[in-house]
Design a protein. Structure first.
Length: 57
């Protein structure tokens, strides 16, 4: 069930990393990249916790 929660995080993160908008400038694009990597990091942490929980039972 958590896999359905992880996939949107990865997709949103990848979208934010790949997105470039000229109107918001370099700083805005850097912030969007950081937020995108944050989404992917959170998805990885959720997956890691899910795997640890399934291995212990």
């Amino acid at each position: 069930m958590r896999l359905l929660f992880i996939i949107p995080f990865i997709l949103i993160g990848a979208f934010l990393i790949g997105l470039t908008i000229n109107n918001i400038g370099d700083l805005g694009n850097i912030i969007m990249d950081i937020v995108g990597w944050g989404f992917i990091l959170v998805a990885g942490l959720i997956e890691k916790k899910r795997k640890e929980k399934s291995q212990s039972s």
